[in-house]
Write a protein that binds this ligand. Structure first.
Ligand SMILES: NC(=O)c1ccc[n+]([C@@H]2O[C@H](COP(=O)([O-])OP(=O)(O)OC[C@H]3O[C@@H](n4cnc5c(N)ncnc54)[C@H](O)[C@@H]3O)[C@@H](O)[C@H]2O)c1
Length: 247
């Protein structure tokens, strides 16, 4: 299994900033990169004083002050591409556009060290389509997180036919050290969304039908689903929350 010490995160938006914070809290040295300097500033702010940031972790008794300070000292937000590319594991969290992800992976493949594992936090594009942009398909894997990353336990590890056992075990181990519950699933080009999002969007589509048929309002549907299944949010609230990072 590969020895991971340094992690890069590409994209400092809703997901990337939180992923970087979690990895730093787990003891990794983390560099989070974005092309937008405002996103870098916001990412640092969310990771420190945001609703799910390190300060709030101390206030809620999840972290000691010393642990929060040490996590912050391991976390860098940077506009320097070389700093993010030069890591053992790089997690991509740029917007959900396949052409962009393919370009990002092609560039990362050229810039990252040969041993580096490249992971995508895509919500559902086939990992094999992204891996095909690289010369290292054995070291490309999906690592799908849920929002807010510091809170949610999801670690949907998506392996293609070419992803090596070593890559899967390495990312599974890192995810577990990050406090997540890794589950390894198969990649598919036949449907969007791996497991969690396929099942979730089928439920959202049914909720939308119920709404359109005038059977109940969106708020009522949300309330019923929360009361029936103890979900923290209903289908419509979930869509809103995921886009904003629940902040
Ligand atoms: N928001 C969610 O609930 C959620 C949950 C799971 C997975 N995802 C997936 O995570 C990924 C990121 O989603 P998000 O909600 O964080 O998006 P976001 O728009 O909040 O953040 C994306 C960031 O990527 C930056 N970016 C754009 N091009 C870049 C590039 N070439 N290099 C580096 N940074 C670049 C943008 O400036 C932006 O700050 C998507 O694939 C999304 O489907 C999102």
């Amino acid at each position: 299994m590969a020895d991971i010490q340094h992690i890069g995160v590409l994209g400092a938006g809703v997901m990337g900033g939180g992923i970087a914070q979690v990895c730093a809290t787990a003891g990794y040295q983390v560099a989070c990169y974005d092309i937008d300097s405002a996103a870098l500033d916001a990412g640092l702010e969310h990771a420190t004083t945001g609703r799910f940031g390190l300060e709030s972790g101390v206030d809620r008794g999840k972290l000691t002050r010393a642990e929060a300070d040490a996590s912050l000292s391991r976390l860098t937000f940077t506009g320097d591409y070389d700093v993010v590319a030069n890591n053992d594991l790089i997690v991509e969290a740029v917007p959900e556009r396949l052409d962009l992800k393919i370009r990002v992976f092609r560039d990362l493949d050229n810039a990252a060290p040969e041993h580096a594992i490249l992971a995508s936090n895509t919500s559902g594009f086939p990992i094999q389509a992204i891996a095909a942009a690289t010369n290292r398909p054995a070291r490309v894997v999906g690592w799908h997180w849920a929002s807010p990353a510091p809170v949610m336990k999801l670690a949907e590890i998506v392996r293609t036919r070419e992803t090596s056992d070593d890559t899967v075990e390495t990312v599974r181990t890192v995810a577990a050290r990050c406090g997540k519950n890794p589950v390894v699933v198969k990649d598919t080009a036949m449907a969007w969304g791996f497991v969690a999002n396929r099942v979730y969007f089928a439920m959202v589509a049914e909720a939308q039908k119920v709404l359109e048929e005038g059977i109940a309002t969106a708020d009522e549907i949300d309330q019923l689903m929360m009361d029936c299944y103890r979900w923290p949010s209903g289908p419509f609230g979930m869509v809103k929350g995921a886009g904003s990072g629940w902040s």
